[in-house]
Ligand binder design. Sequence first.
Ligand SMILES: [Ca+2]
Ligand SMILES: [Ca+2]
Length: 226
Amino acid sequence: MNRSLLVFACSALALLATGDASAGLPTLSGDLEMLSLTDVTEGANEDNDVARVFLEQEHFEYDPNGDPPTVVDFDSPGNYEIVDDLPLVKPTLPAGFYDIYFIHFDPFDDFVGLPSVDGTLNFGKQRIVAVSAVGSTLDSNEAAGLMDPMVMYPTPGDGGRGLEFDSDFVILASDRHSLRVGLQAVAAGYDQLRVFVVPEPSTLILGAMGVVGLIVPIIRRTRRIT
Ligand SMILES: [Ca+2]
Ligand SMILES: [Ca+2]
């Protein structure tokens, strides 16, 4: 009896420790739509009214000692509305296991007016670690393998793909659970971002503590009985 309870406790702890690393897809609101894309080059998936979001990699292990180094555009909560809001030196992405999401907004090139979208991704129990939103940064991520190998990406150096931090904006919430994006078409350009998320560590620890708290008294009780 004790033994089977211990096995159960160990299995539960192992499950919590290794993760339900992905706590499910983010909840989207506003002009965002979850849609897997296989081609994010300009013109391949155009829409004036919605930006597409998809999971590029799930639980991807990035190790800067083994993989090519890569950078991100910001890794701190805040409002990024103008170029000066971005850090002067691009932060490097720390080692870790990431779920990586891609956001793609590409209006039709013959648009009238200025198509724009505004929406929020809420990652629930996952935490946003970093965001890439400049073309050269997105290129760097892809060169380091932080992308979906089944997706066709823009040619490195394609300046049209990143955000313009005067007409576009990104807000990373202070709790790191949600990201708001406001994207606007400029000429024939398009807007792309990459978001790196990890499970909230506190939920794993609290979950493991909860299991221990439940199991230990049961084991003690059965020991007394047997
Ligand atoms: Ca276009
Ligand atoms: Ca833009």
